[in-house]
Design a protein around this ligand. Structure first.
Ligand code: 5GP
Length: 193
């Protein structure tokens, strides 16, 4: 997606070499809803050959993207995995563990109430970044626990120098990334795959 690459080049802030990319001006802090609408439509275009009953994402940054994708899929429901098991998530829940890439690398659990994922449903996973693949693996696990079929994963930015993409594709899951970064550094900027 050319406009996404342009925005990453112009607005992205790179930390270290092949470490963290910050896109807070349009995706992860301030959100450009018009642009996210285009991203949602692009996910629809890429998965137009699939039946999708529901979108599953993870809080927080996945939610906005998933909502705009859901509108592009004619307003299907969005379910987001919670990072804290609050008192108001009651009853039967699916749980999986994520090795955090950005938050001090400490593992944490994510939770989804079984009320909102049903056996046999076709689920599209959405997230902002794909790095080592831990967040996506946990969502695949949660969908599996609920008996759902994962039709694929829509990722805004894949850091292709990390192993997540290969790992998840190796499990037979279709991954569509709108921008794939081959390498990045503060000095040389971003090189797309
Ligand atoms: P993974 O589980 O694939 O290692 O990492 C994916 C998750 O970590 C995403 O949900 C995203 O929130 C976060 N993440 C990974 N790398 C980056 C990055 O370079 N920039 C930002 N903003 N988030 C990242």
């Amino acid at each position: 997606m050319e406009e996404l690459k342009q925005r990453i080049r112009e607005q992205g802030k790179i930390r270290g070499t092949n470490e963290i990319l910050k896109v807070d001006s349009f995706l992860n802090h301030q959100m450009d809803v018009g642009f996210l609408t285009q991203i949602g439509r692009e996910f629809r275009r890429r998965f137009q050959d699939c039946q999708v009953d529901r979108i599953l994402t993870i809080e927080a940054s996945g939610i906005g993207i998933a909502c705009l994708a859901a509108l592009a899929f004619d307003n299907i429901p969005v379910v987001f995995a919670k990072k804290n098991k609050t008192k108001n998530i009651a009853g039967d829940v699916s749980i999986s563990q994520v090795e955090s890439f950005t938050q001090s690398k400490r593992p944490y659990n994510i939770f989804v109430s079984k009320e909102f994922l049903h056996p046999g449903e076709k689920v599209l996973l959405i997230d902002d970044f794909l790095a080592n693949g831990s967040a996506l693996s946990a969502l695949i696990d949660i969908a599996g626990q609920a008996g759902c079929e994962v039709v694929g994963a829509g990722i805004v930015i894949e850091k292709a120098f990390q192993p997540g993409g290969e790992r998840i594709r190796g499990q037979g899951v279709r991954v569509e990334s709108l921008a794939r970064i081959q390498a990045m550094s503060e000095e040389a900027g971003v090189v797309f795959a």
